[in-house]
Write a protein that binds this ligand. Structure first.
Ligand SMILES: [Zn+2]
Ligand SMILES: [Zn+2]
Length: 314
């Protein structure tokens, strides 16, 4: 019915509001790949449930350690959180999944290390699954709850040659387990112990367990809350929404209706730097000469799209 010229959105009335839960925020990989024999993972992956329960119990316990820890450990844990988040937002998401800007080798190495700190599947897998997520949520042919196997199957049909052509991506994938051990657990734990005499117990629980658990939950919010709560000023026909709360936690990734409408935009938002630390970071990297070619939707494009498909809320 609605005619569309830019081809970025399919439009046959009904939209599916649920998303492939594993696509945007895959959980640690092994737990999701339990269907090697070809069975569909429509059942509960108990190993995953147990691991996640233990992790969250550890995170709750960590909260009680906060008053006992050195203030530098608090600051360090927060810095680790920011680096973790950038590894996903500026790295796997805006750089590798969407190619919304270009990054030189030193920056790609930093983002790959930060991405291992995030422990949300390696860059290749994350980006491939995320491209599937966009494909699913921007067309009508989406099964309500595809298994991780479906996501992988569909991922095989996408062009991921650009990812495999990046030696940083290939290297991180090859040494993923080691890099996670070092970046997600060892470095966050050892720095406070070595530099200001924090106990290994405190630094393990605060800088590794609590920081990791919070970052996982924030990323899940992008896939859940940002697809359920909020307005849709750019395209009312798709499920992703603008969600301030998620934007705040996910350092700029909650402008989700905008992002799914203009996925190539490096800022994932109409408002540039506002509420968007990831955009600030990419701009800083450009200023330092480590990044370039930032893609952006023009104000005219955004305005025209709002009038054509927006819900009139902004
Ligand atoms: Zn995206
Ligand atoms: Zn999404």
């Amino acid at each position: 019915m609605v005619s569309v010229s830019d081809g970025s959105v399919a439009q046959n009335g009904e939209r599916v509001t649920s998303e492939p839960a594993t696509a945007e925020m895959p959980k640690p990989s092994e737990a999701l790949n339990g269907d090697a024999k070809g069975k569909r993972t429509q059942y509960i992956v108990w190993r995953n449930v147990i691991l996640m329960t233990l992790l969250h119990a550890g995170a709750v316990y960590s909260v009680f350690l906060i008053p006992k820890a050195h203030p530098f450990t608090w600051i360090w844990s927060y810095l680790c959180f920011l680096m973790t988040a950038l590894g996903v937002t500026a790295g796997a998401h805006r750089l590798w999944s969407h190619r919304s800007y270009k990054a030189k080798l030193p920056l790609r190495v930093f983002l790959a290390a930060a991405n291992s700190m995030a422990f949300q599947n390696d860059i290749f897998e994350w980006s491939r699954d995320h491209r599937v997520h966009h494909k699913y949520s921007e067309t009508d042919a989406i099964p309500t709850m595809p298994s991780h196997r479906d996501v992988i199957e569909r991922g095989k049909k996408l062009d991921v040659s650009d990812l495999l052509a990046d030696p940083v991506v290939v290297f991180q994938r090859k040494y993923y387990k080691t890099s996670v051990l070092v970046m997600c657990f060892m470095v966050p734990m050892l720095v406070p112990w070595y530099f200001w005499g924090e106990s290994l117990w405190n630094s393990y629980f605060l800088s590794s367990i609590l920081r990791y658990t919070v970052s996982l939950n924030v990323t899940w919010l992008v896939n859940s809350a940002a697809h359920l709560y909020g307005n849709r000023p750019y395209d009312k026909n798709i499920s992703p929404r603008e969600n301030r709360f998620v934007t705040f936690g996910a350092i700029g990734e909650g402008f989700h209706n905008y992002h799914h409408t203009f996925p190539f935009d490096y800022s994932t938002s109409e408002f540039g730097l506002r509420f968007n630390p990831t955009t600030c970071f990419i701009d800083l990297m450009c200023w330092l000469g480590l990044a370039s070619n930032r893609k952006r939707a023009t104000p005219e494009m955004v305005q025209a799209r709002k009038l054509r498909t927006g819900d009139g809320s902004a």
